[in-house]
Design a binder for this molecule. Structure first.
Ligand SMILES: *Cc1c(COP(=O)(O)O)cnc(C)c1O
Length: 233
C-alpha cells in the first residue's frame, strides 16, 4: 500500500511544483512514521524514502536502536529538556526548537558527543491555543542570534504548522508569514535556507509558498491508529 500511496503523492508533489515554477528536487519529502512500526519504515525505505520524522523522543530512540543511520531521522515534536540527549543522538535535524532553554540544552548535549546539531526554530503562525512555537519576532531574532554564537548548533531555517481549518487562505497566510519572516531574518545577514511546512492536508499550499521540506504521514502510511501501541503494529 505504501508504494501506491507514494506514487500518488509524488505525482501531486510534481504537479504542484510544475504549476508553481519550482523544482521538485528543492522539496524534501519527510515521511512522518509516528505510530507506525519498523516494518512500515523498512517498506517505505524500500520504496526509495530516505528521511523519516518522529514526534516522540522515546519512539524515535527505539526505532533508532533498530534502524540506526540506515535512514535519516527528523525530530518534529514537542521536546522536553530531559529527552534532548536521546534526540541529539539520533536526529539529523530537530525541527521543533521553541525556547532558549531548549536551544542551550541541545548545544550542551551536542557538544558532549562532539557533533554539530542542525536545527529549525518552530514558529507559531496561527492563533490556535494548541499549537506550539515562538510567537514574537523579538524572541525569534534573539534566538537566531544566539544560534550563531553556539558552536554546536547550526540553524538551518524555520518550521511551522498551519491551523486546522478548511480555509485555504488562512493556511496560505500562515505559510507565507513564515517565508516572509525567513526573508527578514536573512536581510539581517543570516543565511537560513529551510522552510519546513506542509502536511498531508496542506502540502500543496506549502509548496506554492516555498516549502523546502514537507512532513507527510497519513498520505504515505494511511490513517494512524492512536489506540494501538506502535510496537505491535
Ligand atoms: C503528525 C505530524 C505531521 C504529519 O501529519 P499528516 O497529517 O499525517 O501528514 C507533520 N508534522 C508534524 C509536526 C506532525 O506531528
Amino acid at each position: 500500500m505504501i508504494a501506491e500511496n507514494l506514487a500518488v503523492l509524488r505525482q501531486k508533489i510534481e504537479e504542484t511544483c510544475r504549476s508553481s515554477g519550482r523544482n521538485p528536487a528543492e522539496v524534501k519529502l519527510i515521511a512522518v512514521s509516528k505510530y507506525f512500526g519498523v516494518d512500515a519504515i523498512i517498506e517505505a525505505k524500500n520504496c526509495g524514502l530516505t528521511d523519516f520524522g518522529e514526534n516522540r523522543a522515546q519512539e524515535l530512540t527505539l526505532k533508532f536502536e533498530k534502524l540506526g543511520n540506515d535512514v535519516t531521522w527528523h525530530f518534529i515534536g514537542t521536546l522536553q529538556k530531559n529527552k534532548v540527549k536521546y534526540v541529539v543522538n539520533a536526529a539529523e535535524l530537530i525541527h521543533s526548537v521553541d525556547s532558549l532553554e531548549l536551544l542551550e540544552e541541545i548545544n550542551y548535549r551536542a557538544e558532549k558527543i562532539g557533533q554539530v546539531q542542525k536545527i529549525l526554530l518552530e514558529v507559531k503562525t496561527s492563533e490556535e491555543e494548541t499549537k506550539s512555537g515562538l510567537e514574537t519576532e523579538t524572541e525569534i531574532l534573539s534566538l537566531v542570534k544566539r544560534c550563531s554564537e553556539l558552536k554546536n548548533i547550526e540553524l538551518k531555517g524555520l518550521m511551522t504548522m498551519a491551523p486546522l481549518t478548511e480555509d485555504a487562505n488562512i493556511i496560505r497566510k500562515s505559510f507565507r508569514d513564515l517565508r516572509n519572516l525567513k526573508d527578514r531574518i536573512n536581510n539581517k545577514g543570516y543565511i537560513l535556507t529551510e522552510l519546513s511546512m506542509g502536511m498531508t492536508s496542506d502540502f500543496e499550499i506549502a509548496i506554492e509558498e516555498g516549502a523546502t521540506m514537507i512532513r507527510i504521514g497519513s498520505a504515505i502510511f494511511g490513517d494512524r491508529d492512536y489506540s494501538k501501541d506502535w510496537r505491535q503494529v
